[in-house]
Ligand binder design. Structure first.
Ligand SMILES: NC(=O)c1ccc[n+]([C@@H]2O[C@H](COP(=O)([O-])OP(=O)(O)OC[C@H]3O[C@@H](n4cnc5c(N)ncnc54)[C@H](OP(=O)(O)O)[C@@H]3O)[C@@H](O)[C@H]2O)c1
Length: 333
């Protein structure tokens, strides 16, 4: 069945998402929620769609959409997720889905009350074929002795921050900052590939408003450590690596996954990545549509994704505690 989607948020990520759902042919764009109806008109014009525009969130949730895509500032996700589930809409919510373990528990309990609703966190990289290739390669290696994952990208909004403005993505009032925005990608990769760490520590470099602009986190496993380096106030061209014995996997970027080199030894290396699709959200939207439409065949995969999302939520929250990073929205229960 072609799923009718309603979107929340009208920034570039929503446009990339709309491009992906239209390319997948699995969804139609049915509704757009925005605080400014003229932005919905721009989207309809750009994509040749006829989605209904809503400036009232209750009316949006009451409309005849099947799935809600939430790409609002992080601190707003929790309330919008709950409202979507209460209205029996499937949810695709941008990372971080919610920001505390208590909020995640509430989402779980809402899902139990609405057993036909599916809930997905849009962690696009773990659904990409090249991520699965990394997982397969790890299984074939004799021993894993650690990893370093890097995602460090200068934010287009850091100029505004430096100019004295307070863009949402760097604003603690909106649960902004490096770990919730980019750090969650390497955390996802580590937890998906190696499971829950036994312990973790985040060394955050804070900005003048208390948000983390960048930082280094260490996840401690029984036999090895995984170092995560991420930030939004500089660029880095450092590769990500997974260390075996003589062999290692070298990834150009743990969130983008354009190149995955398996180095058998210092002189032999093989490219195991396929050329990724130009839209990095295509793989995830196809997975979500398949799970929604053929749930019985994919219920185990769905449960695994849900558990992964909860584990990542736990690790990111613990990391924030170790760096004394809190948000007003942490108090929302
Ligand atoms: N998967 C990815 O690759 C990726 C990339 C970027 C961002 N994201 C995620 O997408 C989400 C949105 O990020 P973003 O950078 O696009 O955020 P943003 O630009 O700050 O806000 C997104 C949208 O939310 C609405 N909004 C903005 N400020 C608001 C406010 N004060 N109150 C209510 N609504 C407000 C706006 O839509 P209207 O003006 O139309 O109401 C805006 O277009 C975040 O969770 C982020 O982590 C994911």
């Amino acid at each position: 069945m072609v799923l009718k989607i309603g979107t929340i948020g009208t920034s570039w990520i929503t446009e990339q998402f709309i491009e992906a759902i239209l390319a997948s042919s699995a969804y139609d764009l049915g509704a757009i929620y925005t605080r400014d109806a003229s932005k919905a008109a721009v989207i309809n014009e750009k994509f040749g769609t006829k989605a209904a525009a809503f400036t009232d969130l209750d009316a949006f949730f009451a409309s005849d959409i099947d799935v809600v895509y939430i790409a609002s500032p992080n601190a707003l996700h929790y309330r919008q997720v709950l409202q979507a589930i209460e209205n029996d809409k499937h949810v695709i919510v941008e990372k971080p889905a919610v920001i505390t373990p208590t909020q995640f528990e509430m989402v779980y309990s809402k899902l139990r009350e609405h057993p036909n609703v599916r809930f997905f966190e849009a962690a696009r990289h773990i659904h990409q074929p090249n991520f699965k290739k990394i997982a397969e390669q790890i299984k074939q290696m004799d021993r894993i002795q650690g990893a370093t994952f890097v995602y460090n990208k200068y934010s287009s909004r850091f100029d505004a921050f430096l100019a004295g403005k307070n863009p949402n993505v760097f604003n603690p009032d909106f649960a902004g900052g490096a770990i919730e925005d980019l750090g969650i990608y390497p955390v996802y990769a580590a937890v998906a590939l190696f499971g829950l760490p036994q312990d973790c520590q985040y060394f955050a470099t804070k900005l003048s408003n208390g948000a983390d602009g960048r930082g280094t986190a260490i996840l401690r496993y029984a036999d090895f450590d995984v170092t995560l380096i991420f930030g939004k106030n500089s660029n880095s061209y450092l590769a990500s690596e997974i260390y075996g014995l003589e062999d290692s996997i070298v990834i150009d970027n743990i969130a983008e996954l354009n190149s995955v080199l398996y180095h058998r030894n210092p002189t032999e290396a093989e490219q195991i990545a396929d050329l990724p699709h130009e839209n990095p959200m295509l793989a995830e939207v196809m997975v979500f549509a398949e799970i929604i439409n053929n749930f019985d065949a994919h219920s185990e995969e769905y449960q695994k994704l849900l558990m992964l999302s909860q584990r990542v939520n736990n690790v990111v929250y613990q990391l924030r505690q170790t760096a004394a990073l809190s948000f007003p929205a942490d108090q929302e229960k």
